[in-house]
Design a protein around this ligand. Sequence first.
Ligand code: ZN
Length: 95
Amino acid sequence: MSGVQDPLEGCHGLHVAPLRRGHEQLAWMSPAARCGRVRVRRHTCSHCVPWYEFCVAGGLAFVRRSADGVIHETAWTMAAEAERVWGALLRGAAR
Ligand SMILES: [Zn+2]
């Protein structure tokens, strides 16, 4: 018997943890129109909205958030700072 479709089938990969109390408020901005190729290094499950991508471009890095076609991103920073933000986001310590 396999007639019932599991709605979470194919839903794996990274997911952000539930938001914690006292979490860090990230500044989400409209995408910066910068030149240079943006590479997505990591991303959360794309079946779950919003989803997040860790992006690097030109020696800087940032986190991109996509929800229903609306895209925002954090400030472009040094990779180490963007890694910190990415980690906090996944743990539910920032959003
Ligand atoms: Zn998912």
